[in-house]
Write a protein that binds this ligand. Structure first.
Ligand SMILES: NC(=O)c1ccc[n+]([C@@H]2O[C@H](COP(=O)([O-])OP(=O)(O)OC[C@H]3O[C@@H](n4cnc5c(N)ncnc54)[C@H](OP(=O)(O)O)[C@@H]3O)[C@@H](O)[C@H]2O)c1
Length: 351
């Protein structure tokens, strides 16, 4: 587990976290390009009181995600301005007015970016207890991040033993989980791309990738050709852009492209779309399929059955970057967009 050396904003602009009050993070303006701390405000109010049928949860861990950047734009379902933001969160029940929740229960819910939440029982998910598995895993390798990697490999790529893979943003949350799962599922050669030499090193030394490259170091097609001279069967695409075009060229007959995300474009939507050879899709019988993990929640238990024994035996390790302090949640989010995380980025409160 890493801790993130963040370029932190001065705290006075946010105000300090005071335990007797609740704090929410709200978006105050729409960014054009890369967001900054000026697009957010920390808003303090009295601790909310649970009404009958609800419970008060003190939040412990927060997930900040690339999709939050997409929601900052003026898009359907996006973040409303001057309203507490939402996201995946783990918290502990501290007061309850429902028999379904008891003080001390640790729950998963989606009211993120706030120190406290009032939840109804149907809004939370109880977390199973697995000996030796840290709580943070429910936001990383056992959470939506791990489920995305698992669905991408098993349902979209329909991975076969010996398949050679290329994974973009391989050192991030989804990318590290993809590499580790692919290894356990019997993949052949694993190639990853990432944004720094340290990440490239992490991929080959720790995660199980056979080769990796820093995508800043030249044209993606050349770097991929060098790392996978015999081509690939599957491309797990977290990034889009030039790397997607390169992968189309490198895929063998009956290759699969798993479109997971397009993080290279979230801050530069006006950049020209990548050009690739459309004929390759026909002539090599390629299949390109995207998906949203929210359509695969029914596979959560299957993910536990697959991953938990490996976590307990030590064959599988969650890759996480943990940022301490709710007051740094915006810095953590911006740092993740800049590529400062290795593995899933998680913000930790007073646990
Ligand atoms: N389909 C779904 O349901 C679903 C679910 C979860 C996530 N996703 C998508 O999966 C992708 C990864 O998400 P994650 O949560 O695991 O985040 P992550 O990979 O942990 O963090 C984002 C990473 O993106 C990389 N990045 C930023 N700008 C880039 C650029 N211009 N070109 C290439 N890489 C860039 C950075 O790493 P580098 O240092 O390597 O640049 C950064 O660490 C995202 O596209 C996300 O939207 C989709």
């Amino acid at each position: 587990m890493n801790t993130l050396p963040l370029a932190r904003s001065p705290l006075p602009s946010y105000g300090a976290v005071m335990t007797e009050n609740a704090i929410t993070v709200q978006q105050t303006a729409r960014p054009h390009g890369f967001p900054t701390t000026a697009h957010f405000a920390f808003v303090e109010s009295a601790l909310p009181a649970p009404v009958v049928g609800t419970a008060l949860v003190e939040n412990l861990y927060w997930s900040v995600d690339p999709y939050h950047r997409e929601m900052m734009d003026d898009v359907p379902g996006g973040f409303a301005l001057h309203t507490p933001l939402e996201g995946r969160t783990l918290g502990r029940v501290v007061a309850s007015r429902t028999p379904e929740l008891t003080e001390g229960d640790v729950v998963f819910h989606r009211q993120g970016w706030r120190t406290h939440s009032v939840v109804r029982p149907e809004e939370i998910r109880r977390l199973p207890r697995f000996d030796g598995v840290p709580l943070t895993a429910f936001l990383s390798i056992l959470g939506g991040t791990g489920l995305t990697a698992y669905v991408g490999l098993t349902r979209i790529a329909r991975l076969r033993e010996g398949d050679d893979l290329f994974v973009s943003a391989a050192a991030g949350g989804v990318g590290t989980a993809t590499g580790r799962f692919a290894r356990l599922l019997g993949a052949g050669r694993l190639v990853g791309s990432a944004g720094s030499a340290a990440k490239v090193d992490h991929l080959t030394r720790e995660v199980g990738y056979d080769a990796a490259f820093d995508y800043h170091e030249g044209p993606a097609a050349d770097l991929l050709e060098k790392a996978a001279p015999n081509g690939i069967d599957v491309f797990v695409d977290n990034v889009g852009g030039e790397q997607l075009a390169a992968a189309v060229g490198a895929l063998r007959e009956f290759g699969r492209i798993v479109r997971i995300g397009t993080v290279s474009r979230y801050n530069t939507p006006d950049a020209p779309a990548p050009q690739f050879n459309y004929s390759d899709i026909v002539e090599k019988s390629l299949r390109m399929e995207g998906f949203l993990v929210s359509h695969y929640r029914d596979l959560q238990d299957e993910l536990y059955d697959f991953a938990v024994p490996h976590l307990q035996s030590g064959r599988l390790t969650p890759d996480e970057t943990v940022v301490d302090g709710f007051e740094h949640i915006v810095d953590a989010f911006l740092g993740m967009l800049r590529g400062e995380n290795t593995g899933k980025i998680i913000v930790r409160g007073d646990v």
